[in-house]
Design a protein around this ligand. Structure first.
Ligand code: H2U
Ligand code: ZN
Length: 369
């Protein structure tokens, strides 16, 4: 891979069936572009006017309980509602639309003693403190987050075909509230990314007899050059086809297709590997590292009874930062009009992340926590 670090080339992403241009030599160019404002790290631990805090009043007038671990509530400004009216289907193939609501088999919620379907848009607070983030949380606290994710995947996945769990971390990624939280959006349709990954994984299994990501993870575990962290159940790599500078892919070693199928041990080891990865991320530029992350697993709802063996559960981490806490990668010009392009190679990014300490810079001796 020596030559890859010096010469431009394109790499294939089998999960998205597209290509990325790698032009590592561009890292040497001077930067006179946008520099982000320093990230504000002095968030108050409790702010009664923050609607995500324990005991605070939300926009709809509801008061949050004095929660001590995770706390889930229905999004007061949901992008998806269970009872949206049917749209006009369109009068021409070039003007198509379709329903974007929950598909409700009433027997599901009647059987589970519900009188109405669960809201498909949830907010989940990770911790009662606003100045906490996942890498700073204790392992049992992260484990509680994982258990709650799995619970929501079961609850909403009982009928919704796709349950998207995602975290936008940091103002740079559009996060509107510093309190540690994620969102869950469930839909009656497979969103584009899900549809694409369903097709590519299905085709790979048919053509090669092995699930795409299971085969990929095993190869990366042997090759090691893109490995960031690993343990008995999980590995994290900067994927061969990564687009964002420090993008990573979190993969289980076992053929598990959904979050809710993880064993107790796998949940504990997931908490551990998340803490190690996110600590390295924060240590890279000594800043609370912004990213968007999310889980992808086999579709649910009506797909629960189908063979989804082509899927492997995984999480994507997409951080925007490139060369410092203040210089980010932009997906503009060539990326919007031609295809994704990256500067440093995935191997160089993995090497940098691998070499970082696993002790968080804010808790190191002498640091002010
Ligand atoms: P983001 O910062 O990732 O957007 O998450 C905050 C979410 O919290 C956002 O989706 C919701 C917003 O709609 N929210 C409420 O549901 N109620 C409130 O009172 C404030 C914020
Ligand atoms: Zn995916």
């Amino acid at each position: 891979m020596e030559r890859a670090a010096e010469h431009q080339h394109i790499r294939y992403n089998p999960l998205r069936d597209d290509w990325v241009l790698v032009s590592a030599h561009r890292m040497k160019r001077p930067w006179q572009g946008q520099v982000e404002k320093p990230v504000q790290e002095d968030v108050p631990r409790h702010d009664p006017s923050n609607p995500l805090c324990p005991g605070a009043t939300r926009a709809n007038g509801k008061v949050n309980p004095e929660y001590e671990s995770t706390f889930v509530f229905d999004n007061d400004f949901p992008a998806l509602e269970p009872d949206a009216p049917e749209p006009d289907v369109g009068d021409h193939p070039l003007f198509q639309s379709a329903s974007a609501q929950g598909v409700w088999a009433p027997e599901h919620w009647v059987c589970s003693h519900r009188t109405s379907p669960p809201s498909p848009s949830k907010v989940m607070c990770f911790h009662p403190w606003s100045d906490m983030t996942l890498p700073l949380m204790a392992l049992p606290e992260i484990r509680a987050v994982i258990d709650k994710w799995a619970e929501l995947a079961v609850e909403l996945g009982a009928t919704y075909p796709w349950v998207q769990i995602f975290e936008n971390k940091g103002a740079m990624m559009g996060c509107s509230n510093p309190h540690p939280h994620c969102q869950v959006w469930a839909s009656n349709f497979l969103p584009n990314e899900a549809r694409l990954e369903d097709r590519t994984q299905r085709e790979h299994l048919q053509a090669h007899g092995q699930p795409l990501l299971l085969e990929y993870g095993r190869l990366e575990a042997q090759r090691k050059e893109r490995l960031v962290v690993e343990n008995t159940d999980w590995l994290v790599v900067v994927p061969y086809w990564a687009v964002w500078p420090f993008q990573t892919l979190l993969l289980p070693r076992r053929h598990v297709t959904r979050l809710q199928d993880l064993s107790t041990d796998e949940r504990d080891s997931l908490a551990s590997i998340m803490k190690r990865l996110l600590t390295k991320y924060d240590n890279l530029f000594e800043v609370s590292f912004p990213y968007s992350m999310g889980w992808h697993g086999a579709p649910t709802g009506p797909h629960l009874g189908e063979d989804c063996g082509h899927w492997l559960l995984h999480a994507h981490y997409y951080p925007p930062l490139l060369r410092s806490a203040s210089v980010r990668k932009f997906m503009v010009g060539y990326e919007m009009l031609a295809q994704a392009q990256r500067d440093l190679t995935p191997e160089q990014a993995a090497q940098r992340l691998r070499s970082l300490p696993e002790e968080h810079y804010r808790t190191r001796a002498g640091a002010t926590p």
